[in-house]
Write a protein that binds this ligand. Sequence first.
Ligand code: ADP
Length: 254
Amino acid sequence: MNGHEALRLESVRKVYGDEGNQVVALDHVSLSLPTGSFTAVMGPSGSGKSTLLQCAAGLERPTGGRVFVDGAELAGESETALTKFRRERIGFVFQQFNLLPTMTVLENVLLPMRLAGKKADTKRAGEILDRVGLGDRLGHLPSELSGGQQQRVAIARAVVTQPKVLFGDEPTGALDTRSAREVLGLLREAVRVYGRTIVMVTHDPVAASFADGVLFLADGRIVGQMADPTAEAVAQRMAHLGDETNGRPNLVGV
Ligand code: ADP
């Protein structure tokens, strides 16, 4: 196994619903992503993108298969163990930012340390907020910021604990074009400069073009991948998704 592997999925399956009424959201998905990579996950609505992210981040339990983050299996005998695992190894950025509205920018970024029972490192939180361009907004409430600024706070909050993998579920989905580009630039910087590993679900070919590689999902399976994506090439591939489902092994990078 690669020592610099940040995320590994081995034949992950997720089935929703009761017997007789089942939906296979993920169908034996395997993948391996190196540390310091930025991967976009794309596919039609209902193809399993969110489920893939949730299972990889330990927010959902797979029906079968195994998930490893930075070499450690995300098995989680108990919810408490799983929560601890998430807090120590995983960051998550959502479409709707999910900041706590009654807390200031600084308090929101300090929260993960508090939840992990660690000392609230105000200096470190301030430095990270500086880095995302919000060093002068520490005492503001989320409602006093634009959408793009709120998402930058959410990114600062997600990276403050130095997670092994940062997951984004349509992190630019609620932003205007300019704010989206700023946020994507920040994510790319987190990878290039700070060596973070990012997995981002998006439906936007331009957003995907900021990543190093794209995984394409259809019907719960990985049906293709692309290195060094351009927006044009991604849009073209999306238009033909499904043409290549047959006969392809459901394995990427393993
Ligand atoms: P995507 O993010 O690509 O739109 P999802 O991962 O949300 O796809 O969904 C994949 C499939 O799993 C869909 O058929 C969806 O209806 C189903 N699904 C997702 N979440 C649930 C759930 N909590 N209960 C039942 N079915 C679900």
